[in-house]
Design a protein around this ligand. Sequence first.
Ligand SMILES: O=C(O)CCC(=O)C(=O)O
Ligand SMILES: [Fe+2]
Length: 281
Amino acid sequence: MSSTSLDRLTCAPSADLAEIDRVFSAEGVVVLKNALPDHIVRSAREFLNVAVSEVEPVIARHGIPTSSVSEAGTGIAELLKSNTSKLEPADRHVLLGHFPLETRLDPILQDIPKHMSTLPQFQHLVGSEELFVHMPPTARFVMPGNLQAAVPPHQDVSYNKHLGPFRVMWVPLGQIDRKCGGMAVYLKSHQQGEVFDGPNVASTDGWLDAVDPDGFERQELVPLSPGDVVIMSDRTIHESMANTSDRVRLSVDFRVFGAHSHSDKHYLDLQTGDIVAPADK
Ligand SMILES: O=C(O)CCC(=O)C(=O)O
Ligand SMILES: [Fe+2]
């Protein structure tokens, strides 16, 4: 098997718990192949495709033509590079490739963790039969040429100081190949603590400075198909890649935690389907 093959990180969702554990504990990442049924992925994709057309006015408001996604993507990247301090935080957030809050809170996206929570393999990876998800999830549209939408190397723990231990679940909604701006992970990097030691950030502020993944083997998570689900530790270093294709890359990612962990912000209780607000302090 070649060292760049994703096969060594890939398990069928029906695989033995011991096999999934072995891969995840050693590498800090596992790909659960074909874990989501078609209808769940299709509904999420159709919903987000409509949501892309709904963010076009935000892009157009900045003088960027939206008739071609690749022209929009390169226009956004130029704008973000030259003008970032003058942008409204909500606009900057969208231009970085994040869907707005209302989109991310839509229950249609919650069907993804609801389905995953029924799989013993997933429960095992999170370490709990009772599962909870930080709300809202991240949902991303990465336009071709929007190089500013690629997230520099980071551990998710640095963006989520309000959570106890958690797992990251990254869900592509289309075919992921070498060109469309998927993800790369640094194998075994979860075995260290948090690397970034700067201040907390809001996601509207943009990306944290890249951490140094030196010394860890970089693995691009390609190819992936709709239905595949990537699970990482909260300390696994990963980054997203530039979209050099002619397609918009759509994905959703969730932070999932078990009964042994906690959150100081809103979360979805997957047992009851309720969104739980933080307790008053
Ligand atoms: O989807 C991406 O480009 C990266 C997502 C990611 O790493 C994150 O949201 O923490
Ligand atoms: Fe991340």
